[in-house]
Design a protein around this ligand. Sequence first.
Ligand SMILES: [Ca+2]
Ligand SMILES: [Ca+2]
Ligand SMILES: [Ca+2]
Ligand SMILES: [Ca+2]
Length: 381
Amino acid sequence: MAVARRNVLLRAEVLEDRATPASFNTGAGPGPGAAAGAAGTTGLPGAAPLVVSGLRDGTAFLYASQVGGRYTTPAAVLRPFGAVAADVRAATADVNADGTPDTVLVTGPGTPLRVAVISGRDNATVLLAPFDPFGGDFAGGGFVAAADFDRDGRAELIVTPDDGGGARVAIFSLLPAGITRRADYLTLDPDFRGGLRVAAGNVNLDGTPDLVVTAGFGGGPRVTVLDGRRVFTTTGSVAADKLVNDFFVFDAGLRNGVYVAVGDVNGDGFGDLIFGAGPGGGPEVKVVSGQNLLILGAPAAVAAPLSDFFAGGSAADRSGVRVAAVDADGDARADVAVGLASPPRARVYLGKSFVNAGEPAASQDLNPFGGPAAITNVFVG
Ligand SMILES: [Ca+2]
Ligand SMILES: [Ca+2]
Ligand SMILES: [Ca+2]
Ligand SMILES: [Ca+2]
């Protein structure tokens, strides 16, 4: 069976002439004289796109990376679910093994949960038409990550429910025969009803991406790290299937959950865990060394993070901060994108700009939302 390419629910437009300037905070990073390349849809070779979303109209803005690791103007607006009154969340990875990262999207709260994949080749072709990953039209929203666990070139889709959906993880492969469920289990705390957030990246050095899940709304800042070699076979709660024991990354008394991403920020080969405080908390970002996590254990690694700061410099913002590991400049260090609410924007820090535990002096702010839109949650992926 050919991969479904129904276009009925897709709206994508190329925005090459969209005048949405990005702003640069030039600390130790690339100077203002560094030329930003012409905005294109393919981006810098070796780098990957960034997806920014948060409008409650089903849209996501895709930025292609440009010279110097910059994202200039959106190359496309993705709207695979049509005109839904919900935000969307995204992740990027090569889902169909054509060498180009694709965009995996999931709906937020307020509409029956759907997941879709848009080809990165043209940011228009529907590789996977919207489907219900859990069945039952759960309307509480979800989160997605994408990583190639079985290393066949096709990134798996990992889906977790948002608030009200339980501690559930479902993993799918988009095979030539169609979408295939590879795993579906409860993890972290099977009794928890606040949903999970999810990320994937190779934390140890075995070349297989690992799966990191964190508690959602109402949960403590608890983290589970599942060995990527066991994500298809684990029951979700066996210690031997985890790289480390579960741990708390912020004060265990907090009840906002935590956002998470995985990327090798310091370039030592081990994927690092990038955490963002949940809604209700300040926009605290904490980067924990994957190597320290594995060698020293979680308490020591969390106590001495690679980085720990309030994004945007304000602890007064109480909307939390969503995080993503991206590859803006194609070097060996993961770059970090965060979603901030006041004012709504995404901020991107290049990995090389992390020189101490404070907020990197150099960053780039992106606001694709068209003015002071009333957005409380800015998502990055
Ligand atoms: Ca692809
Ligand atoms: Ca795969
Ligand atoms: Ca691994
Ligand atoms: Ca690392």
